[in-house]
Ligand binder design. Structure first.
Ligand code: PLP
Length: 390
């Protein structure tokens, strides 16, 4: 689409040229990766090359990578009762209140076996609350994201790993938003399972991975059938998708440091401009003082209907998203903002602007220009707002 400005990279990213080329090459292969003839071995080679690239990107063993249909499936596969590191299986689940819907759904745990950890006003997991939920109780599987998709707030996962393991539990980390935006190493994180998704780093949609720690036991497949993925995920592999994922990872990780430092400058330019426009109207950058992803701004303006603003931006040629989740045409306020203590008025007024490797100063300036035109019309002049109460 000509002349559009895409600033919704946390929703999905454009396909990298390297991924497109790998997908095209994989689509030419006829073999099934499980077949032992030359055609099969060629397809197997592509899958294993991608597995090695994904594993290397986070310092994991290649055999610990299980390819899935995306982050949602990786999270669902991870969230199962009976996982264990030591002798005692984790029969209950503890999740943070700001997790992605695919974690909030609880995987294979019954809802009565799920507890939720609070977050602070900056959208960071409350470690004391986590300790209190684990103390004196049977071991739990704990699931916490590395970076939040709405606010970008980074979670203290290494500290969480220490707390969880001291209580005999297992830690799952949804790293879907963090992957390719901050460097991390599977072992240094102190986690037992990590979820990844290709389409957030320039790979195709519909492919991801669950990465398993060497000491983890008790994982049962979601999909049963053939013995693919070492019996952990049945079904003929999505060879083209997996090849695209591997190529995207191989391109994204070496470029990450330079990309993110450039993107952070653009994001700061954006936030300065948003504040200047808002001026006395009010408006806040959510989780501003938390450690955050360099590419994400969640901006809330009391009185604004985020959905209306997103449509206004769209008409001006700019793709952004509302902080609130919008699925199947239903607009809900953001569970993340509500968990952070914001009331519904503010939780429905947040716009998420997220940047990526091809974002430019021109993109930011066009976004700010659109915002200047929209802002006055869309926000209430009334300053009796929830923001003042917050
Ligand atoms: N986890 C997080 C934090 C996400 O942001 C997303 C997607 O937005 C997912 C999981 C789901 O990943 P996928 O779209 O690959 O199913």
């Amino acid at each position: 689409m000509a002349d559009r400005v895409y600033l919704d990279w946390n929703a999905t990213t454009p396909l990298r040229a390297e991924a497109r080329a790998a997908i095209a090459a994989a689509l030419e292969l006829v073999g099934n990766p499980s077949s032992i003839h030359a055609e099969g071995r060629a397809a197997r080679g592509m899958v294993e090359q991608a597995r090695a690239a994904v594993a290397a990107a986070i310092g994991a063993e290649a055999r610990s990578v299980v390819f899935t249909s995306g982050g949602t499936e990786a999270n669902t596969l991870a969230l199962m009762p009976g996982l264990r590191i030591g002798s005692q299986p984790a029969e209950r689940l503890v999740i943070s209140a700001i997790e992605h819907a695919s974690v909030l759904a609880g995987g294979r745990f019954a809802s009565e076996h799920i507890d939720t950890v609070r977050v602070t006003r900056e959208g960071v997991v409350d470690l004391d609350h986590l300790r209190s939920l684990l103390a004196g109780r049977p071991p739990a599987l704990v699931s916490v994201m590395l970076a939040n998709n709405e606010t970008g707030a980074l979670q203290p996962v290494t500290d969480i790993g220490g707390i969880v393991h001291a209580a005999g539990g297992v830690l799952h980390v949804d790293a879907v938003q963090a992957f390719g935006k901050i460097p991390f190493n599977f072992n240094d994180l102190g986690t037992d399972l990590v979820s990844l998704s290709a389409h957030k780093i320039g790979g195709p949609k519909g492919v991801g991975a669950l990465v398993l720690g060497a000491n983890l036991a008790g994982l049962a497949p979601l999909l049963r059938g053939g013995g693919q993925e070492l019996g952990r995920r049945a079904g003929t592999e999505n060879v083209a998708g997996i090849a695209g994922f591997g190529a995207a990872v191989a391109a994204a990780i070496p470029a990450m440091a330079a990309d993110m430092s450039r993107i952070e400058k653009l994001r700061n330019r954006l936030e300065t401009g948003l504040r200047q426009t808002q001026g006395s109207e009010g408006g806040i950058v959510i989780a501003e003082s938390a450690p955050r992803l360099a590419n994400t701004t969640l901006f809330a303006v009391p009185g604004l209907r985020a959905e209306t603003a997103v449509i206004g931006f769209d008409l001006a040629g700019i793709a952004v998203s509302s902080g609130s989740a919008c699925s199947s045409g239903k607009v809900r306020s953001s569970h993340v903002l509500e968990a952070m203590g914001f009331g519904p008025e503010l939780a429905q007024s947040a716009i998420r602007i997220s940047l990526g490797w091809s974002s430019s100063e021109t993109d930011i300036d066009r976004c700010l220009e659109a915002w200047r035109k929209l802002a006055g019309n869309l926000t209430k002049r009334d300053h009796e707002t929830e923001l003042e109460r917050f």
